[in-house]
Design a protein around this ligand. Structure first.
Ligand code: ZN
Length: 410
C-alpha cells in the first residue's frame, strides 16, 4: 500500500509525478515464448533486452521499528525499444531468495514513469524512463544478501525476430552497500512524535528522486517530517492557518551527534500554515536550516526552523549531541509546522543521496492510518491507530512511515 499521508509535504515533491503513456499493450495476449536475459555477470550468450536498468544508489541496510532490516532503494528503468513495454512482474532476488515479488496492480504503487501524465500502470513508452521503488526486507542483519538481482517480465505488443512478446530480463545486479546505518540520538525530545512521509513506502520523501546537477538523486530517501500529536491525537487545535494552533511549534531541535556545522540559513520568514508557499527558489525549499557534518561522510539536515532560532549557530561551530540546533518552525516549502530531518552522503541538502540512520532508543507508541493523518492535517481530526502494531521500546532502529514515537527527554 502506498501511504497517502502528506500533512507536511516533502521538502521537494517529485518532479517525476505523472505517468505512463497512452500506448497500451493490454489488449495484446503475451505469447508463450519466453527468453531469459543473461545476468550482467554471466558468461552466457548475449540477449537483446529492450528495457535496461540501474540503481539510483546501492542500498544500505537499516533496521526499522518493525524489527525487519530494510533495503530501501530505487531502480531506474529505460525502455530503449520502439514498442511500449509493460512491466508485468518484478522480482528482487538475493542469495537465491525472492525478497520482492510484485505483479499487476500490486506493482503499480511502486512504479512511476518519468515525464508526467496520468498514472496508467507500469508501462514505459518507447524511449521512456521510469522508477521502481524497492523496500526489500529480511529478518535480521545476518540475512542481508551480499548482492541483489532484479527480474523483469516485460510484455510488448508484437513479437519480433529478436524480442518475444513476453520477455524475462535479468537487470541491474547490484552489490549491497556494506556501510552500516549511522547510529544517532533523536533530533527531538518527548512524546507522540508522528513520523510523516518516512520510509519505506513510496511516501512524498521517497518519491522525491530528483534531477539535480545532472543526475538523479534521492537526498530525501529516508527523510522524516515530524509533527507532535496532542493527548487527543491531534496535530492542531483551532485555526489551522495560525502557527499557535500547533502546540509543538517552537519545540527544541537537537543535534543528533557530535559534529561541525557546515551550513546555516536563519533569516527566511515563516510560511502561513495550511498550504505550501509559492514561488520559492530551490535553495529556499529547506527554509531556515542547519547542515551538520556528523562524520564518515554523513551529514545531518535540520529544516524548516523558526526564523532567528539559529542565530547562535555558525558555520564551523562544533555541536555536541543533544545541543540545541534551533526551534521547530514553518519556513521554506512547508504547509504546517514540522521538523524535516534527514541524513545524506554530501553537504548539499539536495545534491546528495539519503542514507539511513537508526536512533539509539525510542518507544513505538502506535502506527496510525494514513487516511486519518490526512484528516488530522486538513480538518483537525484525531489520528486513528492501526490495530495490531507491536508497540514498545526500540533500540537501534529507524521509525517507519506513520509511526508515533516517544523519544527520551522532554
Ligand atoms: Zn520533509
Amino acid at each position: 500500500m502506498m501511504a497517502r499521508s502528506r500533512f507536511a509535504v516533502a521538502l521537494l515533491v517529485a518532479v517525476v509525478v505523472g505517468a505512463a503513456t497512452s500506448c497500451s499493450a493490454s489488449d495484446t495476449q503475451p505469447s508463450e515464448a519466453t527468453s531469459t536475459a543473461a545476468p550482467a555477470t554471466s558468461a552466457g550468450p548475449a540477449v537483446l533486452t529492450p528495457v535496461v536498468a540501474d540503481v539510483v544508489a546501492a542500498p544500505i541496510p537499516v533496521t526499522g521499528s518493525d524489527g525487519l532490516v530494510h533495503l530501501a532503494y530505487e531502480l531506474r528503468l529505460t525502455n530503449t525499444g520502439s514498442q511500449p513495454a509493460t512491466i508485468a512482474s518484478f522480482q528482487v532476488t538475493g542469495d537465491g531468495r525472492t525478497l520482492v515479488d510484485l505483479s499487476g496492480d500490486a506493482l503499480t504503487p511502486w512504479f512511476q514513469a518519468l515525464g508526467g501524465g496520468p498514472k496508467t500502470g507500469p508501462v514505459l513508452a518507447p524511449g521512456q524512463e521510469g522508477l521502481v521503488w524497492i523496500d526489500a526486507t529480511v529478518s535480521s542483519p545476518h540475512d542481508v544478501p551480499g548482492s541483489l538481482g532484479h527480474v523483469l517480465t516485460v510484455d510488448f505488443p508484437q513479437a519480433t525476430s529478436l524480442v518475444p512478446a513476453r520477455l524475462t530480463e535479468n537487470v541491474a545486479n547490484t552489490k549491497v552497500d556494506n556501510r552500516e546505518a549511522v547510529r544517532i540520538r533523536s533530533p527531538l525530545d518527548g512524546p507522540r512524535w508522528l513520523d510523516g512521509t518516512g520510509c519505506c513506502t513510496v511516501s512524498a520523501h521517497r518519491a522525491a528522486v530528483l534531477p539535480i546537477n545532472g543526475e538523479m538523486l534521492a537526498a530525501e530517501r529516508f527523510a522524516i517530517d515530524f509533527v507532535q500529536l496532542d493527548e487527543q491525537g491531534r496535530i492542531y487545535v483551532g485555526d489551522k492557518t495560525q502557527l499557535s494552533s500547533y502546540r509543538y511549534y517552537g519545540a527544541p531541535v537537537r543535534a543528533v551527534a557530535d559534529g561541525t556545522v557546515i551550513a546555516v540559513v536563519g533569516d527566511l520568514p515563516e510560511a502561513v500554515p495550511g498550504a505550501n508557499p509559492e514561488g520559492l527558489t530551490l535553495p529556499e525549499y529547506g527554509g531556515n536550516h542547519v547542515v551538520q557534518d556528523i562524520g564518515n561522510g554523513r551529514f545531518a539536515f535540520y529544516a524548516h526552523l523558526q526564523p532567528g532560532s539559529v542565530d547562535d549557530i555558525s558555520v564551523g561551530q562544533d555541536l555536541r549531541a543533544g545541543d540545541q540546533v534551533g526551534l521547530l518552525g514553518n519556513s521554506g516549502n512547508t504547509d504546517a509546522p514540522h521538523l524535516h530531518f534527514h541524513v545524506m552522503d554530501g553537504p548539499d541538502f539536495l545534491a546528495a543521496n539519503g542514507v539511513p540512520f537508526e536512533f539509539d532508543s525510542f518507544q513505538l507508541d502506535a502506527r496510525v492510518a494514513g487516511d486519518s493523518v490526512d484528516s488530522a492535517a486538513t480538518a483537525g481530526a484525531p489520528v486513528v491507530d492501526e490495530p495490531g502494531t507491536q508497540t514498545g521500546e526500540r533500540t537501534g532502529a529507524m521509525p517507519l512511515n506513520l509511526d508515533v514515537v516517544t523519544f527520551p527527554g522532554g
